[in-house]
Design a protein around this ligand. Structure first.
Ligand code: PGA
Length: 256
């Protein structure tokens, strides 16, 4: 946690979910309506096909709905892509950008991610920018260099704490069930906090830093207690309302 920073628990459904899964979103929307919603934000990023219906389901709930990627252009001849304006048009509030699966599958560069972040900001969306090292980079003690390079290349200079969230997602922890130790997460997040503070001043000191990679109900309390960890980006465990809500609820016992 970071003093004065409101945590965010975000779910990334990736390429999972059909209309049948909307019942999970409905349960999450209902489950985040308690007193904890005064202190903690909740977000689900379903596939684009469910975006509009999901936002409609969450209208009367503090649950926010976001997307998993966008193009950097506002519109045009880009078959298969969606724009940040289209996400906003569906009442989405956030977009995940630079997730390692996109960096790997589509060779997205830091520069491309930055263009997408700028498009997201222009559309009034909050960008969740993902950074993180591979296992080889970790074994080569390059974690902090990688984080610095990715943050430097992907975060636009006018980013603010309101429109930008950074997610530290070590690639070797994504979908593997393996997580870094809380001490390792603490080192990475302290480094990112210092870098952001240096570059963005007070905005950087309060920009939310999420941890992502195999977050589950069983390890969430420990990971969310680490200094400078302001929430989680959850893949697999966000698909089930009960797991997502169990992770969200760890903040019941945590005070910033
Ligand atoms: P995971 O995915 O929780 O399934 O490891 C995290 C992510 O890729 O955001």
């Amino acid at each position: 946690m970071t003093p004065e920073v409101r945590p965010l628990i975000a779910g990334n459904w990736k390429m999972n979910g059909t209309r049948q899964s909307l019942s999970e979103i409905k349960m999450i929307a209902e489950g985040v309506q308690g007193p904890l919603s005064d202190k903690v934000d909740a977000l689900i990023c379903p596939p684009a096909t469910l975006l509009y219906v999901a936002t409609a389901l969450a209208t009367d709930s503090p649950l926010m709905i976001g997307a998993q990627d966008c193009h950097f252009a506002t519109a045009g001849a880009h078959t298969g892509d969606i724009s940040a304006d289209m996400i906003a048009d569906c009442f989405g509030t956030h977009v995940i950008l630079g997730h390692s699966e996109r960096r790997t599958d589509y060779r997205e560069s830091d520069h491309l991610v930055k263009l997408k972040v700028q498009a997201a900001h222009a559309a009034g969306l909050t960008a969740i920018i993902c950074v993180g090292e591979t296992s080889d980079e970790r074994d080569g003690y390059q974690t902090l260099d990688v984080l610095m390079r990715q943050m430097e290349g992907s975060i636009p200079p006018d980013a603010t704490a309101a429109n930008t969230v950074i997610a530290y997602e070590p690639l070797w922890a994504i979908g593997t069930g393996v997580t870094p130790t809380p001490a390792d997460v603490g080192v990475a997040h302290a480094f990112m906090r210092a870098e952001l503070g240096q570059k963005f001043g007070s905005e950087g000191r309060t920009m939310r830093l999420l941890y992502g990679g195999s977050v589950k109900p069983a390890n969430a309390r420990e990971l969310m207690s680490v200094a400078n960890v302001d929430g989680a980006l959850i893949g697999g465990a966000s698909l089930k309302a009960s797991d997502f809500l169990a992770i969200y609820s760890v903040y019941d016992g945590l005070t910033a």
